[in-house]
Design a protein around this ligand. Structure first.
Ligand SMILES: [Zn+2]
Length: 343
């Protein structure tokens, strides 16, 4: 597995607590251009190139996770969820509390089935019935390690699955962050290129809103992940996207409440993919949206497109993606920007 990709996927960065991944993105952008800033909101913005047109390429660096809400007198942690997490994926997970004093390992626990009454077992377990066990016996002992409002990530676990398939936490959207670095490296066009790793996407597309207002680009691309449908229990009609079948070009998000991509940008991506023999899939998303939705309706409306890497098990502790699709997204973004600047 590419060591930089692994490092980016494994870094901590729950929404609003992105300092670890911010440093990595800042340092990587700086290797390519001197013009890198971290804005008031926390977005990392890198600039490169000269020209009349301004192009923005964004990917969010925050990840879903948990936050310490309360420490019980027995030393267990109650938590809230940051971002869309299905409670069913939580039990038994190993987590890391990112405390000021360092990393604190924990396990998400609940009452074991042996002790749960037949009637109770029929009800889905809620996150409020779970707790994090950090091995402390008392509140005082726990407070020596962690504090209220510390962020909590799923234990980093990036690695190879098989062939070009890889797994890890925070695939959404660290693969996009990796793409940003490669795109910034490769783009040499007669335009001002702004590459932005945004914060707080998972809690309301916030970093994309402030950064696109500042940059006010002529064209923007959001790079993210989207749900593949090539696993059991998903009908083709729900998602026909497959790992290894190429970059996903978004047409519509959240059944139209997110971005509805303009004809001009749809054609730009499709024509570019065809001309350069880049594998692509068309993505119509019924639920979920990306930074692209926010950039698109900022200011007086900003011409925006969305390219995604298909992935499995979104917003769970371990997702799966194919490196070929990530490469296709990078390739398509670079070529589409080149074509846009020429037009
Ligand atoms: Zn995402």
């Amino acid at each position: 597995m590419d060591p930089l990709l692994k490092k980016i996927i494994n870094a901590a960065g729950v929404s609003g607590y992105e300092s670890e991944i911010t440093k990595i993105m800042y340092d990587e952008f700086r290797k390519i251009t001197k013009e890198v800033e971290i804005d008031n909101f926390g977005n990392v913005i890198a600039r490169k190139g000269k020209g009349a047109k301004k192009i923005m390429i964004a990917a969010h660096m925050d990840e879903i996770g948990l936050l310490v809400k309360y420490i019980t007198k027995d030393g267990y942690l109650n938590f809230i969820k940051i971002g869309g997490i299905d409670d069913r994926v939580l039990v038994g997970q190993r987590v890391i509390v990112k405390s000021k004093k360092g990393d604190v390992h924990g396990v998400i626990g609940m009452k074991p089935p042996h002790l749960v009454k037949e009637e109770e077992r029929k009800n889905p377990i809620k996150y409020t019935d779970m707790f994090i066990d950090i091995g402390a016996k008392t509140r005082e002992e726990a407070e020596n390690k962690v504090s209220i409002a510390d962020s909590i990530i799923f234990e980093p676990n990036a690695g190879p699955l098989s062939g070009n398939l890889f797994y890890g936490k925070a695939i959404d959207d660290r693969v996009g962050c990796f793409a940003l670095i490669k795109i910034l490296e490769r783009l040499k066009v007669n335009a001002q290129i702004y590459v932005v790793s945004t914060v707080q996407e998972e809690v309301g597309l916030k970093g994309a809103r402030t950064s696109s207002f500042k940059i006010n680009p002529d064209f923007a691309i959001a790079i993210d992940t989207t749900s593949a449908g090539d696993t059991p229990m998903i009908k083709e009609s729900e998602s026909n996207l497959k790992l290894g079948c190429g970059a996903c070009i978004t047409m519509v998000e959240a059944a139209g409440r997110g971005i509805i991509v303009s004809e001009k940008i749809k054609n730009l991506f499709i024509d570019t993919a065809k001309a350069n023999k880049i594998k692509y899939q068309l993505d119509v998303v019924e639920g979920g949206m990306t930074d692209g939705a926010m950039i698109n309706m900022n200011r007086e409306g900003i011409l925006t497109g969305v390219l995604s890497v298909p992935s499995r098990y979104a917003h769970s502790p371990t997702g799966v993606f194919c490196a070929d699709d990530l490469n296709a997204v990078i390739e398509l973004a670079v070529k589409a920007v080149e074509n846009f600047v020429k037009r």
